[in-house]
Design a binder for this molecule. Structure first.
Ligand code: PRT
Length: 285
């Protein structure tokens, strides 16, 4: 029997989101103690627990077929892997920050300065693209403290809420890249493994689609159906359910999460009533 092997982060910011994604795909995994690997239930899958930064190498070498990593890690790694899906969790940005009292007009301020970072390749590429000559101070953790210690003039680090920068008296002045968890695959996989990857990817896509959409039910006057239809994007077009009151119908459709409030406001303005919003568990095209 062919067993698909996937590497996920052993502990850290990606671990919970990776296990939750698998769970939503109907795949449960025991994530206990010092276990380095576990056989999953619900799919022919073995899960290997590794460090985020090591996962691209294991995928490239074919030790595992798939991996879930932070996209930013791929920039720093030389591994040849393919991104199959962006997974929508562990979102962050790699940003340049300087002490808040600095009068930072543009990147030329960095000429001849020291930048502390754990992400040398992305930082070097940014400086080269902007014709800036600065020296890098490579630090593996607590990068944000280095300007206060006199070790660097600026930092280049991952930011999500921005609280760490703020509490270290720094301000964000440029975004080098945006990152989220991604599903990666090696460049070559055999046919049987490819089939399993496609099955798993199909499940993942159904889960991600569902996370991006909400199911909406509303009542509207019959003479407003066309107006509502123009507002509701839906998958094809809304379903119409007759009501006991012949002058009204119930419309059912789906709305994309990022457009949600605009659509609801427009529906209300056109006279929609009794609007119900329901989460979707899976969405299969
Ligand atoms: O040890 P291992 O190699 O497994 O993991 P790792 O060193 O990559 O560490 P981990 O678990 O911290 O991060 C895993 C991945 O999560 C990263 O590669 C990113 O893709 C993603 N991610 C998302 C983040 C953050 N958000 C984040 N905020 N990684 C790190 N941070 C740190 C950042 O370095 C800074 O120190 O959080 C601090 C800033 O957070 P805010 O919220 O104060 O802005």
């Amino acid at each position: 029997m062919t067993l698909l092997k996937i590497a996920i982060q052993k502990s850290g910011r990606l671990n919970e989101g990776s296990l939750k994604l698998l769970k939503d795909c109907g795949i449960s995994v025991e994530n206990g103690g010092d276990k380095l690997k576990a056989r999953a239930n619900g799919f022919d899958l073995e899960v290997v627990f590794l460090r985020n930064s090591d996962i691209p190498h294991y995928v490239e070498d074919g030790v595992v077929h798939l991996g879930i990593v932070g996209e930013n890690v791929l920039v720093e790694s030389d591994s040849k892997v393919i991104i199959l899906e962006k997974l929508g969790f562990s979102r962050c940005r790699l940003a340049l920050a300087v002490p808040k009292e600095v009068d930072f007009d543009d990147v030329n301020w960095l000429q001849g300065k020291q930048i502390a970072t754990s992400y040398p390749k992305a930082t070097d590429a940014f400086m080269a693209a902007n014709n800036v000559k600065a020296s890098l101070h490579l630090i593996s953790g607590s990068v944000e403290i280095s300007p206060a210690l006199g070790l660097a003039d600026a930092v280049c680090d991952l930011v999500s809420s921005g609280n760490t920068l703020f509490s270290n008296g720094l301000k964000e002045v440029a975004v080098l890249m945006r990152s989220e968890a991604v599903l990666i695959q090696g460049e070559t996989v055999d046919t049987k493994v490819k089939k399993l990857i496609q099955q798993l990817q199909f499940r993942i896509q159904s889960v991600l689609n569902a996370r991006n959409y909400k199911y909406v039910l509303l009542n509207c006057p019959v003479d407003k159906i066309d107006r509502m239809n123009a507002i509701l994007p839906g998958m094809k077009s809304p379903s119409i359910i007759p009501l006991v009151d012949k002058n009204w119908v119930s419309l059912h459709s789906v709305i994309q999460e990022n457009d949600f409030w605009n659509v609801i406001d427009a529906l209300k303005a056109e006279g929609a009533e009794g609007i119900l919003i329901v989460p979707i568990e899976k969405m299969v095209y």
